[in-house]
Write a protein that binds this ligand. Structure first.
Ligand code: JHZ
Ligand code: SAH
Length: 394
C-alpha cells in the first residue's frame, strides 16, 4: 500500500531552464509516497521521461573536480576487483565513468542525444535511448552478456523498476556484477536534504528497499559501500539470483541496523522527518529576507537542480537572490523556472562585491570553500541550509 509522505504543488522540472524570462513553464505536482510492502519511497504519477531527459539536457557530471575524481577512483576499483572482459554503463552522460575503460569492450546507454553524441565521438558505442526491455534484448544479441553493468544516479531516475531490473538481469553474465550508485536515503534524511525531492529523482533508495526490490526481480545484493559525494551515496553491488558470488553479510547487516535505527522503514518516523524539513524551508526564506533587509548582496553558487528546487520550495525570487553563477555553459544566460533567478557565467570576478553566496551546490562544500578562499578571507560568507540553516565564514 502507498502512503503519502510529502507533497508539493505546481513545481516546474528542475532542469527545464528558461531561455526567455517570460517563457512558458510547465508545472507538475510532486507527490512522494512510502510503499508499506517494499519500504520504497518514490514519486507517484511522475512526468514523462522524454520531458525530464530531453535532447538538450543541461546537467553535465564532468563540471565538478570532486565527481571527476570519484568516478576515476570508482573505475579503477571496479577494474581491480572484477577484471571484467566487457562493461556497460546505463546513463553515461558526458562519459565521466566510461572514459576509463577500453572503447572496444565498453558500451553505453544515454537517452539525451547531446550527451550520447559526446561519448559516441569518444569512440564508445552509445545507444541513444532509454534503458528498456527491447534495448536490453538488442544489446544481449549484439554484444552477448556483460561482466560489469554500471549505473550511477540513473536507476533512481527510472520509472518502472520491474522492467529496468529484469532487463539488467537479462544482460548480466552468470557471475557478472551490476554496480549501482545513488543518493542514500538514509543520508538524505540525516541531512534534511528536502531539495533532493524532485521529479528526476523517481526513487529514494534505502539499502532495505533496494534489496527488497532486487529480490523481487531475481537479483541479489552482495555488498555495499558508502561515499560522501552528492550528500551521501550508496554503491550497491548486485549479482544474479543464481550467481555463486559470496555475500558480504557483515557489511549488509551493519547497514541494515543503521537504517532501522534511523527509521527509514517506518512511515511514522519518516513523517516526523518531513516536518523538520518543512520548518527548514520556512527558515531559508526568513534568513534571506533578514539579510536582504540589511541591504546585503546575496547570490546563488551553483544552479544545481537542488538549487532550483530550494528556490521554488521556499518561495524565493530575484529580490532575495539576485542571480546564480554556474560553470556549465548550457545553464548560463538562462533563468530558473518559476523563481526566475538569472543564471550567469562563473568567472574570477563573479564574487566581487558579493556579501553572501547561497550554496546551491552544497554537496561540493569542500571543493567550493577551497576554490573561494579569497572571497572568505575578504569577509564573504556562504549560506547553507544543509543539514540546517547556517552561515559559513572565516
Ligand atoms: P550537482 C543533478 O543534480 C541532476 P544537481 C541529477 N538528477 C542527479 O541525480 C545528480 O545531478 C547526479 C555547478 N558548479 O552536481 C555545476 C559550479 O558552478 O550538485 C552544476 O550545475 N561550480 C542527474 O544539478 C551544479 O553546480 C562549482 O565549483 O543537483 C552542481 O550540480 C561546482 C562544484 C559546481 O547536481
Ligand atoms: N551517471 C552520471 C550522470 C547522472 S545524470 C553521474 O552519475 O554523474 C542521469 C543520466 O541518466 C542523464 O544523463 C540521463 O539522460 C540518464 N537517464 C535518465 N533516464 C534514463 C533511462 N531510462 N535510461 C538510461 N539513461 C537514463
Amino acid at each position: 500500500m502507498l502512503k503519502n509522505l510529502i507533497s508539493f504543488k505546481e513545481i516546474p522540472l528542475s532542469n527545464s531552464l528558461l531561455s526567455d524570462k517570460d517563457g512558458d513553464i510547465n508545472y507538475y505536482d510532486l507527490n512522494i509516497s512510502f510503499d508499506t510492502e517494499t519500504k520504497l519511497v518514490s514519486v507517484v504519477d511522475n512526468v514523462n521521461p522524454e520531458k525530464l531527459f530531453p535532447d538538450d539536457y543541461v546537467y553535465d557530471s564532468s563540471q565538478s573536480k570532486t565527481m571527476v575524481k570519484h568516478f576515476k577512483d570508482c573505475a579503477e576499483s571496479l577494474q581491480k576487483r572484477f577484471n571484467p572482459s566487457n562493461v556497460l554503463e546505463i546513463g553515461s552522460n558526458s562519459g565521466i565513468f566510461i572514459r576509463h575503460f577500453n572503447p572496444d569492450t565498453t558500451i553505453a546507454v544515454e537517452p539525451c542525444s547531446n550527451f550520447a553524441k559526446i561519448t559516441n565521438d569518444m569512440e564508445y558505442k552509445t545507444y541513444d535511448d532509454f534503458w528498456s526491455k527491447d534495448l536490453s534484448e538488442l544489446i544481449r544479441q549484439k554484444h552477448g552478456t556483460i561482466d560489469v553493468i554500471f549505473s550511477a544516479n540513473t536507476i533512481s531516475h527510472i520509472q518502472g523498476l520491474e522492467e529496468c531490473l529484469t532487463s539488467v538481469k537479462r544482460c548480466l553474465s552468470k557471475d557478472g556484477v551490476f554496480v549501482v550508485e545513488c543518493p542514500s536515503f538514509l543520508e538524505l534524511l540525516k541531512e534534511n536534504a528536502f531539495d533532493q525531492f524532485y521529479h528526476e529523482h523517481q526513487s529514494y533508495f534505502s539499502m532495505i528497499s533496494f534489496r527488497n526490490l532486487l529480490e523481487k526481480y531475481g537479483l541479489k545484493l552482495f555488498d555495499i559501500e558508502n561515499y560522501s559525494v552528492h550528500g551521501g551515496t550508496y554503491r550497491f553491488f548486485v549479482c544474479r539470483g543464481d550467481s555463486s558470488i559470496d555475500i558480504n553479510y557483515n557489511n549488509i547487516n551493519k547497514w541494515e541496523e543503521k537504517e532501522k535505527q534511523f527509521g527509514v522503514d517506518s512511515y511514522e518516523k519518516l513523517r516526523k522527518r518531513m516536518s523538520i524539513m518543512k520548518q527548514n524551508m520556512i527558515d531559508v526564506r526568513s534568513i534571506l529576507k533578514k539579510i536582504k533587509s540589511e541591504n546585503k548582496t546575496v547570490i546563488g553558487y551553483g544552479a544545481s537542480a537542488k538549487f532550483i528546487q530550494v528556490s521554488n520550495m521556499c518561495n524565493l525570487d530575484n529580490t532575495l537572490i539576485s542571480y546564480a553563477v554556474d560553470t556549465t555553459p548550457d545553464k548560463q544566460n538562462k533563468y530558473t523556472p518559476k523563481s526566475k533567478i538569472p543564471i550567469k557565467k562563473y568567472d574570477d570576478e563573479s564574487l566581487k562585491n558579493v556579501d553572501y553566496c547561497f550554496l546551491g551546490a552544497w554537496n561540493f562544500l569542500n571543493e567550493i570553500i577551497e576554490k573561494e578562499n579569497k572571497f572568505l578571507r575578504s569577509g564573504g560568507k556562504f549560506i547553507t541550509h544543509i543539514p540546517k540553516l547556517r552561515i559559513i565564514e572565516l
